[in-house]
Design a protein around this ligand. Structure first.
Ligand code: NAP
Length: 334
C-alpha cells in the first residue's frame, strides 16, 4: 500500500525575490516501510531568510539546492506509521524534512520532542529550535555580554531578534531593538522588554542610536546588514563586538551586495566583527536549553508564531520575511 504525498521542488534560481514560478508542487507516492523506518506527516515548516541563499548558486555553508530537488527546509511532524523501536507512532520529531507533506526516515538527523509540553508545537522550530540557538550562541559565544553592556539588535521583532532581545535582557544588559513600524516597536518594548525600540522605517536610525546609546554600543547583533549595520559601526564603544548573524537586506540583491562602508570604525574602537553559523553549535543545544527552558517556564522568554497555511503558499511565506509582513517566527502549516 503506497501513500500519496506532495513535495515542493525548486525549478528555477530566483532573480531577486522568490516567485511562485521558481517552485513546482508535485504529487508522489511513498513506498511501504522497511524494518527500522517510520513515516512522518510534516505539520509545520520553518521559513528561514537564508533559504534565498540556499536557492542561489552563491557559495555558502551549505551547497545550493539542486534544480529539480525538493526545497530544503527544517520541519516538525508526527509519526503516523512506524517500524522503528525508538520512534513510535504518535511521537513528534524535528529535522530537515524538506518542503513536503510526508517522508520516510530511519531516524538519522531526526530528534524527538514533547510537543504537549510546548505552548505551540512550532516552538520546536523557534525559541527551542535552531532560531533560539542562533540567538543564544550568537549573543553569548560571539557577543560575550556583560551585565552592564548596551546591546543593539536589528530585526528585533523577528524570530531570532525577539529571542536575542529577551536573552540579553535576562542577562542584565541594556537592550535597544530595531524594527519596522510602530506595532512591531511597541511589541519589542512592551512584550519583549527592550529598553527602547527604533522604528527604522520612520526614524533616522543614527540619530535614534545617539539618543538611546549615548555612551556607544557594546554589542551589535546584526540580522540585516546594509545601512543599519553602517549606522551601528560608527557608534561602537571601545572593544565592542559586532555579531554577524544575517544580512536580510542584501539576500535578494540583484547587483553587488552592499559591504560595510564604516568598517574602519572597528580599528579605532579595537572592536571585533565576527560571523557564525548555528549549525556549529547544534551539539551544544542542551547547554542553551538548560538556561532558556526555565526562563520560558518563568515567563521570561516567549515566542510569537506566525502561521501561513498550505504547502502551496511556501513562496508567499518566504516573501513575507523579506517584506517584513511576518510578525514573529514564520512557519507554514502543512
Ligand atoms: N547565522 C545563523 O546561523 C543564522 C541562523 C538563523 C537565522 N539567521 C539570520 O537571522 C536573521 C533573522 O532571521 P529570522 O528567521 O529571525 O527572520 P525574522 O527576523 O523573523 O524575519 C525577517 C525580518 O527581517 C526584517 N527585514 C526584512 N528586510 C529588511 C531590511 N531590508 N532591512 C531591515 N530589516 C529587514 C523584517 O522585519 P521588519 O518588519 O522589522 O523590517 C522581517 O520580519 C536573518 O538574516 C537570517 O538569515 C542566521
Amino acid at each position: 500500500m503506497s501513500t500519496p504525498s506532495r513535495t515542493l521542488t525548486l525549478v528555477a534560481r530566483p532573480d531577486g525575490v522568490p516567485r511562485d514560478e521558481d517552485f513546482a508542487l508535485l504529487a508522489n507516492t511513498l513506498p511501504d516501510l522497511n524494518a527500522g523506518q517510520f513515516r512522518v506527516a510534516v505539520r509545520y515548516l520553518s521559513i528561514d531568510p537564508a533559504m534565498r541563499v540556499w536557492m542561489s548558486e552563491q557559495k555558502s555553508y551549505w551547497p545550493p539546492v539542486p534544480l529539480g530537488d525538493v526545497m530544503r527546509a527544517a520541519g516538525i511532524g508526527e509519526i503516523v506509521e512506524s517500524q522503528h523501536p525508538k520512534f513510535p507512532l504518535g511521537a513528534w520529531v524535528s529535522g530537515m524534512t524538506g518542503v513536503r507533506e510526508q517522508l520516510i526516515s530511519d531516524g538519522k538527523g531526526m530528534r524527538r520532542f514533547d510537543a504537549s509540553a510546548l505552548p505551540h508545537p512550532a516552538w520546536a522550530l523557534s525559541v527551542f529550535g535552531a532560531t533560539g540557538l542562533t540567538a543564544w550562541f550568537g549573543l553569548t559565544d560571539i557577543g560575550q555580554p556583560k551585565a552592564s553592556d548596551t546591546v543593539v539588535i536589528s530585526a528585533a521583532s523577528g524570530a531570532v531578534g525577539s529571542a536575542a532581545v529577551q536573552i540579553a535582557k535576562n542577562l542584565g544588559c541594556k537592550v535597544i531593538g530595531i524594527a519596522g513600524g510602530p506595532e512591531k516597536c511597541a511589541y519589542v518594548r512592551n512584550e519583549l522588554g527592550a529598553d527602547a525600540a527604533i522604528d527604522y522605517k520612520n526614524e533616522h536610525v543614527g540619530k535614534a542610536l545617539d539618543q538611546h546609546c549615548p555612551g556607544g554600543i557594546d554589542i551589535y547583533f546584526d540580522n540585516v546588514g546594509g545601512e543599519i549595520l553602517d549606522a551601528a559601526l560608527s557608534r561602537l564603544r571601545m572593544h565592542a563586538r559586532v555579531v554577524l548573524c544575517g544580512g536580510i537586506s542584501q539576500y535578494n540583491a540583484t547587483g553587488k551586495v552592499r559591504g560595510p562602508a564604516n568598517y574602519l570604525a572597528l580599528i579605532s574602537a579595537r572592536a571585533r566583527m565576527q560571523g557564525f553559523v548555528v549549525l556549529d553549535y547544534l551539539d551544544r543545544a542542551d547547554e542553551a536549553l538548560a538556561v532558556m527552558a526555565p526562563w520560558a517556564a518563568a515567563g521570561k522568554l516567549s515566542s510569537r508564531i506566525d502561521v501561513l497555511e498550505g504547502l502551496e503558499n511556501f513562496a508567499e511565506a518566504l516573501r513575507r520575511v523579506y517584506s517584513g509582513a511576518n510578525f514573529g517566527k514564520q512557519v507554514v502549516k502543512v
